[in-house]
Every structure is written in structure tokens, then in C-alpha cells.
Ligand binder design. Sequence first.
Ligand code: SF4
Length: 341
Amino acid sequence: MTKLEQCKELLGCWEQPDYRYRQILQAVFQQRVSRFREMTVLPMELRDRLSKALGETVLTLRPVRESLSGQADKLLFALEDNEKVEAVRLHYRKGWESFCISSQCGCAFGCKFCATGGLGKKRDLSAWEILEQLLYFHLQGHTLHSVSFMGMGEPFANPHLFEAVSLLTDPALFGLSQRRITVSTVGVLPGIRRLSLEYPQVNLAYSLHAPTPELRKRLMPVERRWPMEQVLDALNAHIRRTNRRVFLAYILIKNVNDSPAHARRLGQLLRQSPRELPLYHVDLIPYNAAERAGALFTPPEPRRVRDFYQALRQMGISCSARTQFGSDISAACGQLCAKED
Ligand code: SF4
């Protein structure tokens, strides 16, 4: 349990009035006060008691290491049981701050190109542990312009994901608009369907990474459980229901999935859904060498990325080639593995 959850329980045991917890949340989320003793809205005696019971600060997770690069900072956090997760802060020139957070310690899905997949799954994060990754940055004075579940783990494989989204959008906490949140999935169908119904404005990103089921199976074992054909049907239904854009992530790996023929095959696949096509956007991501993914794969040549992009554009597919911030500190896509040194 995180400290803020314990705090709520303690206040109940100490027979404090209900509004005390609301005052604490207000101090933390509105005034960015991280220490119990500095919550001047509380009586001194209560501040002391909370401090003695829970320690100085409201945060349960501890920052273990910070790696800084041009536009990306990576934070390694230790959780209460000393498991580690990573979060990345991306900052852009116009002052926009975007945060990529983790939903699980490790991951069970075993995608071949992913550092997290090499760890195996250790455990799910609780909703409040997910939230605390952002609270850390918030208490440092950062503004959460957008948040994406693209860190360690498959968000829809964590049963606490929906509670986490509910906390993120809670006006008493961060009050984030659904449109500022993106959930990235390898295609966990029950999660996609539930998000589409319960949080239709939250952005969905599907990690496709291959234009055919055969190739996808070689890269991503999840294709056997939830085939891309079924996932694309669910995404089409989501687009028709919500009229929201859907992002398709495609990691370009040299000599694996980066040829012009692959691009054409991908274009053909998407053109099978002419009605929904205008709302698909393909996000091309040059592969990042990830230590734990071994030496199996290598990044594509820049020329291949350009050719792939142009082939898709010529077929009328909306796409962009992502600039990879943070690859020098292993903070880029697929590189997070909570390594301590
Ligand atoms: S890409 Fe996502 S689902 Fe696949 S192993 Fe990595 S963290 Fe897990």
C-alpha cells in the first residue's frame, strides 16, 4: 500500500473527520506539498503523528537514479518492496512536458525486441504506484501535459489499469483530461474493448510492428493469443464509435520488417478498412538497440526509414517517423529494463 493509501486508513483509525484526507490530497495535488510537517492546514499534532507513522514525505516510491539526456530524463524508482520501475520525462522546446510511465515490473509478453520483455513479469503495479510515478514529477514542479502508458509492462494485462486511469482523471488529484492520456497495447482485446466503452476519449496506440501475422508471430508471441486481424476489427469499431484517432506503432528493424515490400503490405492491410483509414496514424519508430534484447536486431538505415515513410504516404496512409529522444540513456521505446548501473 502506498503512503497516501495508508494515510487514509490511519485517519480512520485515529477517528479524524473525513475532511482531513481531502485536506491532505489538496495540499499534495493542488499546493504540491510533499512533507506531512509542511501541511499547515493540519493541526501540528496530526502532522507529527503522520510523520512518525509514515516518514517525512508522502511518496512511497524512491528515486534511485536519474539519467539526463537532451530532451529526455529517465527516472529509476524503487517501490516499497524494492522492485524497480522506470519512467521517462520528455520535454520539448515549447515547454510541453510528456511523461511515459510503467504499469508493471517486467512483462510476461516476451516481445523479442524489447528490453522489458527480457525480464519476465515480476508483478503488477497498484493504481497508486502508477500514479506515484507522476506525483514525483508533479511535486518537483513539473506540469503534466500528457501521459502515456508506454513504459515497462503491458497496461491492459494489469487489472489496476482502469483504476489508475480513473485516479489520473479525478479532479481532486491530477484532473487530467482523457485526451491527454495514451494507453499503448500489444493488442489485449478485452482491455481495448473496455477502454473504448469506459474511457472513449483516452488515446489508444496499438503496437503492430509487422504487416503480416506470420512475421508478427516471430516478433511478438501475443499474436497467437490476440491476432492482429481481430485487434484491427476492435480498433475499427472503436473508431466508428468514438471518431477518435488510433495510433499504430511500428518499430523498424533492419532487414526484418523495414523493406519497401513490408511498407506496401502494411498499406494494403490498412486500406482494407477504407472507412476508418483516415483516423489511423502510423508511428514509425527506428529500432533502439536494447541490451537485454541481445544482439538479435539492429536499427534500420536512415534511408530505409525515409523510403518506408514515403511508400506509406504514397498509399495515402497518415504516418510520421518518430525522433528518438533518450536512446543514449536507454530511455527510448523498448529500452526500459530498470537496470541499476
Ligand atoms: S513491448 Fe510491451 S508487451 Fe512487449 S515485452 Fe515489451 S513491455 Fe511487454
